[in-house]
Design a protein around this ligand. Structure first.
Ligand code: NAP
Length: 690
């Protein structure tokens, strides 16, 4: 991406005029469309500007230009882009912190959003390098034989879609929300059109400005639409993906779009969620787990003023502990300083805007039909350095539902603010039933040091949740928190939470890729996928396979070694030399009636060592190092007097850098009767011809 000139600089009165970044350039501001107000002061911070964007062209450009550029790169090269982008953003993140204050975020809230987003880019960059091949497609599973004679087989391949990833984001995390979706899509090789929620779009806008200034991403890899998406959904195809984060209402509306239904457009939904925290019976007052529970519930209510999809909305406690929990939470919440998030003493800022405050208070009113307010008063609370009439302030509001089994609203209404409801349970079955009344949630946390209780709860609620965190004294100082989605782990939940799985390590790339069953002859499959497998052709010749440089080594290049006999002396020598005098190698009597050993047998490691002696080419050459074995299996024991022989075949190659690449060799040790004694994959680093 070159460095396009943004027209979105602040105007004289310091109000940002937001435009879109489409088809490689900033669209230029049109007529003011919507004013965006500071959550703290109510002043206008930014205006979105209407422009007649051609959504069909935007999608077509993304597919043709972004798709083409990303498609030329391997997973490792795309991982490199994510890393470079994260590094650049780190240098410029202060610009994002500054704007986040207007959205009501304290410095801590902004760090979660900004640094959390950058951390997700870095996590995917690392995973891309370590866990994905340096190629443009993936192989899924092993070759499956499909015919009696072995002439027809199948292999699943996974390739990037030829479409665009349309990311529609919620308001609460304008940076993290954009970056956590961007990372897996770009790593998969699919260009992105991202649309932020309007109310915090000025923060997302600044983020995209920094990204475009970085020049890191290839042209067309990212487009940004501020304001309405117009008729964009009308132009989607089966190769596009919509990844939506927001309310259940909007999600349902978009999912019902006729084009999404007709074209079977993939739709990933991350929606609202009535997440629970469960205090187990062993976690009585005075225990570390009781304190951890109270701390976490209070934290989840107040971080981001409770505007987190993962926040604890329902706190389940043994009935006997209700009073103790309510008292402890009331005390803790009373210490939270509310006010201007720019003030260092403030722990909780306002909601994102006055509209959001009205929504939250309306939802609390409905909850109060089933639950009593036991902490906080929306009409009377202290504010630091802020004006209650101008900002969207709401204090932490704790409710207590006396009859949770009979209640409905407390399990269904998400008040997206600093609001949580405490409810009692009588036994673990009841705790499980109440938790699952959320109808599918992103996360639940369990506070216990009792393994049987944790087991019962975790398996009782597992299928209703995308993530379950068990928190106790052993992980107290290091746990990442009830509410923090980790890029390595699943983020998304079933049912009401939307059924999506945005994050979860490299498995989230699958949203942007298609799995295809590729069928053909072994030779054809091996040639097309670049992976040799048993049954596909072997190439044998006079030159030892270790004499080939990485570039010249063909997949299927094979050495079949000469044979070697294993003697009892070999076994004795190996046993005493290594200290491995296990009875199966040393004591004929002990193996009588043994289910696996017909008598004394050679050590498996002796077979491996002799195999290396049989296949290795000792002279200095292109093989730089042996760096390990994968998938080792000792299939059949070898007895003294038997012959062994080795087949070594180049199975797969993966470039590492300009100097060398990794070669995966398929190795099979057979006995004199042709039976397989051991199989494994040997990994070597081979020099490039250079
Ligand atoms: P929202 O009102 O549903 O809006 C979400 C996004 O959808 C915004 O970008 C919005 O844009 C856009 N949108 C609305 N109508 C649209 C349409 N007809 N076509 C295209 N886009 C449309 O939700 P929100 O208030 O921003 O977010 C709060 C909700 O999100 C909460 O319920 C929370 O639980 C949920 N959430 C879930 C997760 C998760 O990972 N599960 C994460 C964060 C938040 P405009 O702003 O321009 O209307």
């Amino acid at each position: 991406m070159t460095q396009p000139q943004s027209s979105g600089a602040r105007t004289a009165d310091n109000v940002m005029k937001l435009d879109s970044f489409v088809r490689g350039k900033w669209s230029g501001p049109g007529e003011p469309a919507a004013e965006i107000h500071s959550a703290v002061t109510g002043d206008v911070v930014a205006v979105t500007t209407g422009s007649d964007l051609d959504m069909r062209e935007i999608l077509a450009y993304g597919r043709a230009v972004g798709g083409k550029h990303l498609g030329k790169l391997t997973f490792h090269q795309r991982a490199g882009l994510l890393k470079a982008l994260a590094d650049y953003l780190t240098k410029h993140k202060d610009r994002l912190y500054k704007l986040s204050f207007h959205a009501g975020a304290t410095r801590t809230d902004a760090v979660i959003d900004v640094d959390g987003g950058i951390g997700t880019l870095l996590a995917y960059a690392g995973k891309g390098r370590r866990e994905l091949p340096n190629s443009k497609f993936l192989l899924d599973g092993n070759v499956e034989g499909l015919s009696k004679g072995g002439a027809f087989a199948g292999q699943h391949i996974v390739t990037p879609l030829h479409g665009v990833a349309v990311h529609i984001n919620a308001f609460n995390f304008p940076c993290w929300g954009m970056l956590e979706k961007l990372a897996p899509a770009l790593l998969a090789g699919v260009p992105v059109v991202t649309k932020p929620a309007t109310v915090t779009s000025y923060v997302a806008y600044e983020l995209v400005r920094i990204i475009t200034e970085s020049g890191v991403l290839p042209e067309g890899a990212l487009q940004f639409i501020v304001g309405s998406t117009g008729d964009l959904l009308d132009h989607l195809t089966c190769q596009d993906v919509v990844s939506f984060t927001g309310s259940a209402d909007t999600s349902q509306k978009l999912q019902r779009h006729p084009v999404i239904a007709r074209e079977a457009v993939r739709f990933i939904a991350e929606r609202d969620s009535l997440n629970a925290a469960i205090l187990a019976p062993d976690a009585v007052p005075g225990s570390p787990e009781f304190d951890l529970f109270v701390k976490e519930v209070a934290k989840e209510m107040t971080v981001k003023a409770g505007q987190k999809c993962t926040a604890i909305r329902r706190a389940l406690v043994p009935s006997a502990q209700l009073d103790a929990v309510i008292t402890a939470l009331r005390d803790r919440l009373a210490k939270v300083t509310i006010g201007n998030p720019e003030n260092d003493k403030v722990r909780m800022g306002p909601l994102v805007g006055l509209g959001q405050r009205s929504d939250v208070l309306a939802h609390v009113a409905k909850l109060r039909a089933e639950a009593e307010l036991v902490a906080g008063d929306p009409g009377n609370f202290a504010l630091l350095d802020a004006d209650a009439k101008r900002g969207a302030f709401v204090p932490p509001l704790l409710l207590h539902c006396v009859k949770p089994l009979a209640a409905t609203a407390v399990h269904e209404i998400e008040a997206f603010g600093p609001v949580s409801t405490v409810m009692g349970y009588d036994d673990l079955d009841q705790a499980i039933a109440l938790t699952n009344r959320g109808g599918g949630s992103l996360v639940a946390s369990i506070y216990t040091h009792d393994v049987p209780a944790a087991t019962e709860l975790a398996f009782g609620i597992g299928s209703f949740h995308g993530r379950v965190a068990i928190i106790d004294r052993d992980c107290a100082s290091e746990h990442t928190g009830h509410g923090s989605p980790m890029p390595q782990m699943v983020h998304g939940g079933p049912g009401r939470a939307g059924g999506g799985e945005e994050l979860g390590g490299v498995r989230s790339l699958q949203h942007y890729m298609q799995r295809t069953a590729l069928q053909g002859s072994p030779a054809m499959l091996s040639g097309v996928t670049g992976r040799w497998f048993k049954g596909s052709p072997m190439l044998e010749g006079d030159l030892h396979p270790f004499r080939y440089h990485y570039d010249d080594l063909e997949i299927g290049r094979t050495l079949v070694s000469k044979s070697r006999q294993i003697t009892l002396d070999d076994i004795e020598h190996f046993a005493h030399f290594t200290g491995d005098t296990f009875y199966a190698h040393m004591d004929e009597e002990a193996t009588k009636g043994h289910p696996f050993f017909p008598g004394r047998v050679a050590h498996g490691y002796l077979l491996l060592s002799f195999a290396a002696g049989l296949f290795v080419d000792p002279d200095y050459g292109p093989v730089l190092a042996n760096y390990g074995l994968d998938s080792l299996r000792f299939v059949k024991p070898v007895q003294p007097g038997e012959q062994i022989q080795v087949r070594l075949t180049a199975k797969e190659k993966m470039p590492r850098n300009k100097q060398y690449g990794e070669v995966r060799w398929d190795v099979e040790i057979t006995t004199g009767t042709g039976e397989t004694a051991a199989t494994y994959e040997l990994l070597t680093m081979n020099a490039m011809r250079g």
